[in-house]
Design a protein around this ligand. Structure first.
Ligand SMILES: *Cc1c(COP(=O)(O)O)cnc(C)c1O
Length: 509
């Protein structure tokens, strides 16, 4: 198979390449080796036990002992085993894996920003406070909201913060409520958020067009409903066109409209949710505004809201003093309190602001247009090759299903694994849940037409393989160091700690 594709070299993104075996760093260790050389000691040596007493650790456990070139080569080799946004297209739908421009990194490493201490006095923190104030102002403009907190460290934490604001607001009104409505096309973090905030979750079915069913919403919005959490564009990549009507229905019953704005990549510069009835929303700086993410962070999930929720924002907030300097306001008696230590993930603020400034208002709008154009290019080229269950216009991502391939016994997960052999990171598999066997693809604006054509070609080849040689897909990938994994065992029984072979053997007995 690989040979066949080699004939067609221009389409062949993946090739074989020298890829060395690599032992664990513990296995490379030999006693006494060091990766550093220190100058001779020029002060009297002090015994740690004398200084620290019982607190001094006598047994340091198993620490690897290797030389400098060994450790550098070890991690450099390992880094070549990974797939990364800097390596190629990463079409993971819902995750907005866009390229992170290096200028962001240059800004984040400016000494005075990178080394600022959270406890340094406000007087000498005016620069970092200005970064936070400017970013706040820009995001308020982008969202069309009234105020913002930058504190939450991720989208999901932003959701929780936003729903806690709603809860506090309703409690203060003497009108605590029990339920949160969540459409079946919402992101999975939404029901988790509502539950953690102490609400019962009520599912709202989508109509056949993939949008919120207004009649169902009207019927389900009772006096018990605190809010609706609306992912917009929803996880089908479809814009909720009736968002104003949705807001009216909720507001008429005293409920609020929460918008999951993680997908602002499809709206930035085009739609201000604050002008469309949204009361509170979060942003994912690590998606829309290109700060690195994946592998657990660091992220940033600012929450923007309307004036009615302002008193409850986490503390501290940023204030402008009478003399024009900036400061932090802690005197906020109605605040829900802190949601994170200090002020949020400051490094992400610098990166996001650098990205926003580098693009400017027109550039951000163009980014949105390109993201939508790219998703529609892929949709057009793959429609028919893969089943497109919802025909509503696509914004930044497109969701196919594996319906045409299941006839050959091939599922979305098999197609995704085979995509690895073609040199691409898989798309998002089996999500959203309202599409059975979903293939969720989000190219982002970062991809050139050349890279997308390679991706489209790979997806078409795989569809042919699914029909002709399905067994090729069922145990894909074939070009990776390690083949198909037992994902259930990997998730349920992960082995995260290395033990000396003798200990491991003993533990297994
Ligand atoms: C990514 C995403 C989230 C969660 O964001 P995290 O930063 O991963 O917590 C929530 N909602 C939507 C729609 C998303 O795409």
């Amino acid at each position: 198979m690989a040979g066949e594709r080699d004939k067609n070299f221009e389409w062949c993104k993946s090739t074989t390449q020298v890829n060395q075996n690599e032992a664990l760093i513990f296995e490379k260790s030999s006693p006494g080796k060091k990766g550093y050389k220190l100058a001779p000691l020029d002060v009297p040596e002090v015994d740690a036990a004398k200084l620290l007493g019982n607190a001094a650790r006598a047994d340091l456990g198993n620490m690897p002992e290797v030389s400098e070139p060994e450790i550098i080569r070890h991690f450099t080799r390992l880094s070549t085993w990974n797939y990364a946004v800097d390596y190629g297209m990463y079409p993971l739908g819902s995750c907005t894996m866009k390229y992170n421009p290096r200028v962001n990194e240059a800004a984040a490493r400016i000494y005075e920003l990178a080394e600022a201490h959270p406890y340094q006095p406000e007087k000498i923190s005016q620069g970092v406070l200005r970064v936070m104030k400017t970013l706040s102002d820009v995001l308020i403009e982008i969202t069309g909201m009234d105020c913002i907190t930058l504190q939450p460290a991720a989208g999901a934490q932003g959701e929780l913060t936003g729903i806690l604001l709603v809860r506090r607001y309703l409690e203060k009104q003497g009108n605590p409520r029990k339920k949160i409505l969540i459409p079946d096309s919402a992101h999975g973090t939404n029901p988790a958020t509502a539950a953690i905030a102490g609400y019962a979750v009520e599912n709202l079915k989508s109509g056949s067009d993939g949008l919120v069913d207004l009649a169902a919403l009207e019927a389900q919005t009772t006096e018990d409903v605190a809010a609706l959490m609306l992912t917009n564009p929803n996880t089908l990549g479809v814009f909720e066109q009736n968002i104003r009507k949705i807001g009216e229905i909720l507001h008429s019953k005293g409920a609020l409209l929460y918008m999951d704005g993680a997908n602002m990549n499809a709206l930035c510069g085009k739609v201000q949710p604050g002008h469309n009835g949204v009361d509170v929303m979060h942003l994912n700086l690590h998606k829309t505004f290109s700060t690195p993410h994946g592998g657990g962070g660091p992220g940033s999930g600012p929450v923007a809201c309307k004036k009615i929720l302002e008193p409850y924002l986490p503390l501290p907030t940023i204030k402008t003093n009478e003399d024009g300097t900036l400061g932090l306001e802690y005197n906020r008696p109605e605040s829900i309190g802190r949601v994170k230590a200090f002020y949020g993930n400051f490094g992400m603020f610098v990166r996001a602001l650098a990205y926003i400034f580098a693009n400017g208002p027109d550039g951000l709008r163009e980014t949105t247009e390109d993201a939508v154009l790219n998703a529609n290019y892929i949709r057009k080229k793959l429609e028919g090759v893969y089943d497109l269950p919802y025909k509503a216009p696509t914004l930044h991502e497109v969701v196919f299903s594996d319906r045409l391939q299941t006839a050959h016994g091939v599922k979305t997960g098999d197609i995704a694994k085979r995509l690895i052999d073609y040199g691409f990171h898989p798309y998002t598999v089996s999500f959203p849940l309202i599409v059975h066997g979903a293939l969720m693809i989000e190219p982002t604006e970062s991809e050139s037409i050349e890279e997308m054509d390679l991706f489209i070609h790979a997806m078409k080849q795989i569809a042919e393989e699914a029909a002709d040689t399905p067994e090729l897909l069922l145990d894909a990938p074939h070009t990776t160091r390690i083949g198909r994994l037992d994902e259930v065992s990997a998730a349920r029984k992960p082995i995260l700690r290395w033990k000396k072979p003798a200990e491991a053997k003993k533990a297994a007995e």
